[in-house]
Ligand binder design. Structure first.
Ligand SMILES: *[C@@H]1O[C@H](CO)[C@@H](O)[C@H](O)[C@H]1NC(C)=O
Ligand SMILES: *[C@@H]1O[C@H](CO)[C@@H](O)[C@H](O)[C@H]1NC(C)=O
Ligand SMILES: *[C@@H]1O[C@H](CO)[C@@H](O)[C@H](O)[C@H]1NC(C)=O
Ligand SMILES: *[C@@H]1O[C@H](CO)[C@@H](O)[C@H](O)[C@H]1NC(C)=O
Ligand SMILES: *[C@@H]1O[C@H](CO)[C@@H](O)[C@H](O)[C@H]1NC(C)=O
Ligand SMILES: *[C@@H]1O[C@H](CO)[C@@H](O)[C@H](O)[C@H]1NC(C)=O
Ligand SMILES: *[C@@H]1O[C@H](CO)[C@@H](O)[C@H](O)[C@H]1NC(C)=O
Ligand SMILES: *[C@@H]1O[C@H](CO)[C@@H](O)[C@H](O)[C@H]1NC(C)=O
Ligand SMILES: *[C@@H]1O[C@H](CO)[C@@H](O)[C@H](O)[C@H]1NC(C)=O
Ligand SMILES: *[C@@H]1O[C@H](CO)[C@@H](O)[C@H](O)[C@H]1NC(C)=O
Ligand SMILES: *[C@@H]1O[C@H](CO)[C@@H](O)[C@H](O)[C@H]1NC(C)=O
Ligand SMILES: *[C@@H]1O[C@H](CO)[C@@H](O)[C@H](O)[C@H]1NC(C)=O
Length: 580
């Protein structure tokens, strides 16, 4: 039954699945920009992302209960990012999902920059739910570590996600930007904590999207769940988890989110929680444990921290850990020390695993290999990449290659009752042996192209040392004890079910499932009943109802599929961590 729910979308993505093994990699960044933040441009095909009304029978929208929602999450193959559709007022937009930032923002019709050639929020349309803030004079600025930036002003709008409506939500309307989007994506939905939000820092009621719902008690439980796949079968759930993926709630493992010391200066009235970051307890290569070596041991209690970042299409770790991982993989070699990039033989037969709270989350070669290098098809570029130390002390950034191997749940925490937690539900068998080289080969031969890269295939010397930037936070003031905050988390009217003295009552968490969708029964001339799956019309992106004047928007360009097939590497920027 659920299978059907996805078929409509899948058929359309099929053309892209040929690219399954092709991974997109940006050229090595120049040393000055070598970033923790890797923003991806979104590109490609014309998937129908909202699965809804079909022709005759069985039309069904995504199923919801009034205090929860589930919407499709679509994979953008060329740049490896994920987007969903939300509405402001009655206008639909695709937004890239990012757990490493905390602002919702959309490109507006005032933006004439090339990067804004996407469906835009029409400023001339008098949306009845638009509420100006400070005469549109409160600035919205956001910048990312790859140097891209966007700016504009803050306003309030009614946001709809499936059947959930979030009235008076603060968001950014951007009128200048060089943050590249493709594939008709118009902005970013940041799902991080208020302390990370640029809007919240300048506007008291500028609580970010998810925090708003949690603080208003709008959801069955203050959490969201992410299923990320290599097609459009993924989901974002609000207030519940996707029961079509999580079939046994009791197997979810919960990890307390790490609080941060106050910033130098003030964190305002945000809680100490900053990022969806949890302690990384171990790394395994083929079952052999490597203890992570934290960059700032004296401020992280000698532990290593990992950020789960849905906006990052890669896995990045500190040099001292990444080099030891590859030292345990036969035939691996460092091919670009600036990019921290290793290659391994494409028939690698090692697994790489990350451990959280004593549980092991396994990646098979087809999870961590990016794809064969053109000219040297026996060698595959591999995650993780080594990155420079991050001054926020977060050593590891686990993006979509990791998040596809789990179902991840982000519980916001409850004032005075429960700390924020991340639930992980493994989708890989933690004790399985490494895939055979046949499996890996078959996986990559389904890719129609190899990765063109300028990376040299020679062994490079090990970099001697990095200079470590000072730790950003004022470590002399420690984060509050107990980690349960009096304010800034979800409203205390929620009853905690996760922090109940180590015995979470997971069955109290609501599950929702995607609904069957759009299938059409056709009676043919010979009387046979034929079922065909069809896609619903895509929502009209960026088109307010009844709006004509100025409705034309610059073309978002033709699908970028050919670009990908040609293996052309354009600058890959990634949605991810904000520059602190
Ligand atoms: C529904 O199907 C019928 C018969 O196949 C067709 O004539 C009609 O145009 C379809 N309607 C829509 C809205 O697609
Ligand atoms: C639509 O979904 C609801 C809730 O899942 C279900 O009860 C109903 O039978 C579905 N309708 C059709 C026509 O499939
Ligand atoms: C969700 O929205 C659809 C379409 O507007 C509506 O038919 C359905 O009844 C709504 N479901 C709930 C639970 O509100
Ligand atoms: C959205 O559309 C519905 C139906 O056309 C209308 O009743 C409602 O007022 C609209 N909302 C906004 C914010 O324009
Ligand atoms: C603020 O922006 C909205 C949306 O474009 C517009 O309708 C309104 O007139 C603006 N207000 C001011 C004071 O400029
Ligand atoms: C935002 O950026 C604009 C233009 O770059 C600048 O003038 C303004 O001071 C910035 N505002 C904030 C709050 O950073
Ligand atoms: C983007 O714009 C910002 C501010 O305008 C600028 O500093 C930065 O260099 C630009 N980055 C790129 C990649 O163009
Ligand atoms: C889409 O991805 C899901 C999860 O990886 C998988 O179960 C499903 O078979 C995929 N569909 C296609 C058509 O590849
Ligand atoms: C923590 O480590 C940093 C960098 O190694 C060092 O500069 C600092 O003095 C240390 N702080 C304490 C309290 O040991
Ligand atoms: C996991 O892999 C091990 C080793 O191959 C096997 O014995 C076990 O049955 C697998 N478990 C599941 C749930 O598939
Ligand atoms: C890793 O384990 C696989 C079996 O799972 C084995 O074939 C391979 O030789 C091992 N690799 C190393 C380097 O030990
Ligand atoms: C767990 O939650 C369920 C559903 O809310 C409830 O019925 C049950 O009593 C709870 N169990 C415990 C041990 O609290």
């Amino acid at each position: 039954m659920f299978a059907l729910a996805f078929l409509a979308a899948l058929a359309i993505v099929d053309g892209c699945l040929a690219l399954g093994g092709l991974r997109y990699i940006r050229p090595p960044p120049s040393p000055s920009v070598r970033s923790l933040t890797h923003r991806s441009s979104l590109t490609s095909i014309d998937e129908k992302d909202v699965i809804n009304v079909g022709n005759s029978t069985s039309a069904n929208t995504t199923s919801v209960s009034p205090n929860a929602a589930i919407i499709p999450v679509v994979f953008s193959p060329v740049d490896q990012t994920y987007y969903s559709v939300i509405s402001t007022g009655n206008t639909s937009f695709r937004v890239a999902l990012d757990t490493g930032s905390a602002d919702l923002w959309l490109v507006s019709s005032a933006c004439k920059d090339q990067a804004c050639s996407v469906p835009q929020y029409q400023l001339g349309y008098e949306s009845s739910t638009f509420i100006p803030v400070n005469g549109n004079q409160t600035a919205f600025n956001v910048s990312f570590a790859d140097t891209t930036a966007a700016s504009g002003f803050v306003a309030l709008e009614s946001i709809q996600v499936s059947n959930l409506t979030i009235p008076q939500q603060a968001f950014g309307l951007v009128n200048a930007s060089n943050v590249t989007f493709h594939n008709d994506v118009s902005g970013i939905l940041g799902l991080g904590f208020p302390r990370l939000s640029r809007i919240f820092s300048s506007l008291t009621n500028g609580t970010p999207f998810f925090a708003t719902m949690a603080q208003r008690g709008q959801l069955a439980y203050p959490l969201f769940g992410l299923s990320l796949t290599l097609n459009s079968s993924g989901s974002l759930t609000l207030g519940a988890v996707d029961g079509s993926v999580v079939t046994n709630l009791s197997l979810i493992q919960w990890n307390e989110v790490v609080p941060f010391a106050p910033l130098l200066g003030s964190a305002g009235n945000a809680s100490s929680y900053l990022q969806w970051t949890i302690p990384l307890s171990g790394i395994q290569v083929n079952g052999t444990i490597l203890m992570p070596q934290p960059t700032y041991p004296n401020v992280t209690s000698n532990g290593s921290l990992a950020l789960l970042d849905a906006g990052t299409p890669g896995i990045f770790g500190p040099y001292q850990d990444v080099s030891r991982i590859f030292a345990s993989i036969d035939g691996s070699r460092l091919v670009d020390s600036d990019a921290g990039q290793w290659v391994v033989p494409c028939d690698a037969s090692e697994t790489i695993a990350f451990q959280f709270g004593g549980k092991t989350y396994l990646l098979q070669p087809t999870d961590y290999l990016m794809g064969p290098v053109s000219g040297t098809p026996d060698l595959c570029l591999s995650w993780p990449r080594a990155s420079l130390p991050s001054s926020d002390g977060i050593d590891w950034q686990l993006g979509s290659p990791f998040l596809r191997t789990v179902y991840s749940i982000y519980s916001f925490g409850i004032d005075r009752k429960e700390p924020p937690m991340i639930g992980l539900y493994a989708l890989r068998n933690a004790t399985a042996p490494a895939q055979s080289s046949d499996v890996v080969q078959a996986y990559f031969s389904s890719a129609s192209a190899t990765i063109t890269t300028n990376l040299p295939n020679v062994l490079l010397p090990t970099p001697s040392s990095f200079s470590i930037s000072p730790y950003t936070f004022n470590a002399s003031i420690t984060a509050p004890q107990g980690k349960i905050m009096a304010s800034g988390l979800a409203t205390s009217t929620y009853s905690p079910v996760l922090a109940t003295s180590g015995h979470p009552n997971q069955t109290a968490i609501l599950t929702v499932t995607p609904s069957p969708t759009v299938f059409t029964f056709v009676v043919t001339t010979n009387g046979e009943l034929v079922t065909s799956i069809s896609s619903a019309p895509a929502p009209s992106l960026g088109q307010p109802p009844g709006w004509t004047s100025g409705a034309s928007r610059p073309s978002a360009g033709t699908p970028m599929l050919m670009t990908a097939l040609a293996g052309i590497l354009t600058a890959c920027t990634l949605l991810t961590r904000l520059v602190l």
